[in-house]
Design a binder for this molecule. Structure first.
Ligand code: SF4
Length: 79
């Protein structure tokens, strides 16, 4: 069954999560539990850490289920 893409935003960053892609390695919840907490109904809270910390964690997701878009800097500044 294909999952539905979830989207969570703060003023600085939008994090999307694709449950169909997630391999449940739980890296996000172990490494940045303030933001990624499956006990909450909205399990990703993008206001609970800096956008830099969230972006770094999203990049460590092994499956690519997590993606993010910054609102607070020009895309050209990335990479
Ligand atoms: S780090 Fe990525 S693959 Fe692992 S549980 Fe989180 S979203 Fe799923």
């Amino acid at each position: 069954m294909a999952g539905k893409l979830q989207s969570y935003s703060s003023d600085h960053i939008t994090v999307t999560f694709d449950p169909a892609v997630c391999t449940h390695a739980a890296r996000c919840v172990k490494e940045l539990p303030a933001v990624f907490d499956v006990s909450r109904r909205k399990w990703i809270d993008p206001t609970a850490a800096s956008a830099d910390a969230i972006e770094a964690q999203v990049q460590r997701c092994p499956s690519g289920a997590l993606q993010c878009t910054r609102h607070d800097e020009a895309p050209a500044a990335l990479t």
